[in-house]
Design a protein around this ligand. Structure first.
Ligand code: SAM
Length: 315
């Protein structure tokens, strides 16, 4: 009979030799998955014996990890914003830095719901999550709003060009009991015609420069390239979304876009070019790096356009 501590030590050595940046943590997670217990149980029970079948499963998981496959895909789950999301090769593994975008969106929704002029029962806050992938942003936001008893006050659509990713997102929405609050649509960014504009557009679109794709860690080669490749300057997909914002955002509406940590200046310049007159601020993530670009559609002041209270021409 092999002991937990021995398997952990051997697995850690193997993954370190294979180039993992977190060999001990990976081994703990994979052994816990093989045995069917939490990682903390593994860490606390080095003297516990491990059965033959579990040890064989662990060996197979180590093989996959040593070949570069991310632990999240092997275990089929990734924690994001306090939720356990199902993940597999159909969609990008949600990253911790994207939690900053969820937090910014949550604050923006609550600001709107608690605004002094808001009438009880007023129209819901309309939110779009563009490039939803596993559904991480839309689902984490609705779950957070549900905890504040505010999920019923929003209407969320989430889009992706990948039907496979959308299937995964729908599974996650059902798994977290938010399927009634979010609709998942296949679209290139957004449906061709948006009849009711959004108060809030959220997007974590691909933003890696095409020529930097080969330099990404090997684990990312298991993820869909469509989720990562942002074109020649990394901002090609985001630029197309910016061009659609005047048509799909309400007056005073806000777009929150995840960007790469080296794109803070570039996104401001892009916004000035594509959306002149729209304020664009860049907010940091928990590591203090530029991460979320906030673009605001200037609200039209009543009477300034000679055509009533709104210049948008929309209902
Ligand atoms: C970086 S991943 C983000 C996934 C998820 N929002 C997250 O934060 O984990 C980008 C996602 O955008 C999707 N995508 C790429 N181009 C798109 C487009 N033109 N329209 C809609 N979605 C797109 C990809 O399929 C992928 O799921």
């Amino acid at each position: 009979m092999t002991m937990t501590g021995d398997l952990l030590r051997d697995g850690t050595d193997r993954l370190r030799a294979a180039g993992s940046e977190s060999p001990r943590l990976d081994a703990e997670l994979l052994l816990g998955y093989a045995v069917g217990v939490e990682r903390t149980t593994i860490v606390a029970n080095h003297d516990a014996p491990v059965g033959l079948e579990a040890a064989q499963r662990y060996a197979a998981y180590l093989d996959r990890r040593a070949a570069g496959e991310p632990v999240a895909y092997i275990r089929g789950v990734k924690e994001f914003h306090g939720l356990a999301l199902a993940v597999d090769a159909r969609a990008l593994i949600p990253r911790p830095e994207t939690e900053a975008l969820v937090d910014a969106a949550l604050a923006e929704v609550m600001r709107r719901l608690t605004a002094p002029g808001r009438v009880p029962g007023a129209h819901p806050v309309r939110i779009a999550d563009i490039g939803t992938g596993s559904g991480a942003i839309a689902i984490a936001l609705v779950v957070a709003l549900r905890r504040k008893r505010a999920a019923g006050e929003v209407m969320v659509i989430a889009t992706d060009v990948s039907p496979d990713a959308l299937d995964l997102a729908r599974e996650n929405a059902v798994g977290h009991a938010v399927a009634d609050h979010a609709r998942f649509l296949e679209a290139d960014l957004l449906p061709p015609v948006v009849v009711d504009p959004f108060d809030l557009v959220l997007a974590n679109l691909p933003y890696v420069r095409s020529d930097a794709m080969p330099e990404l860690p090997v684990a990312t080669s298991f993820e869909p390239p469509l989720a990562l490749d942002g074109g020649a300057d990394g901002l090609a997909v985001i630029e197309r979304l910016l061009a659609r914002l005047p048509e799909v955002l309400t007056d005073g509406g806000v777009a929150l876009l995840e960007i790469g940590s080296d794109q803070g200046v570039a996104i401001v310049e892009l916004a000035e070019r594509v959306l002149p007159g729209w304020p664009c601020a860049v907010e940091p993530d928990l590591a203090g790096l530029p991460r979320v670009a906030r673009l605001t559609r200037p609200a039209v002041v009543a009477g300034t356009d000679g055509d009533g209270p709104s210049s948008s021409g929309r209902a």
